[in-house]
Design a protein around this ligand. Sequence first.
Ligand code: GLP
Length: 250
Amino acid sequence: MTEHDHSPAVTILDDAAAASEEAARVIAATLRDRPDAVLGLATGGTMVPVYASLARMIAAGGIALARARSFNLDEYVGLPPDHPQSYRHFMNTHFATPTGMDPARMDLPSGIAPDPQAEAARYEAALASGGPVDLQLLGLGGNGHIGFNEPGSSAESRTRVVTLDPRTVKDNARFFGPGEEVPARAITMGIASILAARRILLVATGPGKAAAVRAMLRGPVGPDCPASFLRRHLAVTVILDRAAAADLTP
Ligand code: GLP
């Protein structure tokens, strides 16, 4: 990481299906080069087709996750692993089951640790000893967040307990049932924890991400758009569909 502003490599594809397939190809290439890769994984609707494409590539042969390990970005505070909206549950459903990865090789912060601050510290220490992450996959919040690093997050932030932005609570409410509340807090890797990865791959699709994509790539580098801090990293690839890239006109 440096203080300079680097231009991420940006690939724009026609639609979400093509963007997801391209993202899966990047993950597959990492596993081909390094079968014992440490992957940084993400949740969210954007990742569902990415993981489905990767599962198809694994089923086709030539790559495997048997020797890989992974760390996820974040987890809701208060949700047990078997809660349908917990990120552990998401990862079991959308990643471990279709790809055959052993869930014991996938680390996530625990949402039910009695002391969430201590759990955040445990997770940061696990990342430091198990890392560096070879490829960190990221989605993008509509407000420019990465992981659950909401606007206002500092470049030096590490894994910690955060309060979710009202916009994020609203955006993620679609995954929860009627009358079911979105948790107000989460444990998330920090910006500095994310930027410690060797390589970063951000995927954003759909018109709801266009403003955040523009702020990330064209706005000032700073806490108003946490994803803009990615421009301090030397090896970032951004994969977009046309809808998410719509506000990037030259
Ligand atoms: C959540 C996650 C982020 C994710 C973002 C976008 O808030 N914490 O890691 O990138 O949502 O989600 P989606 O892909 O569903 O738009």
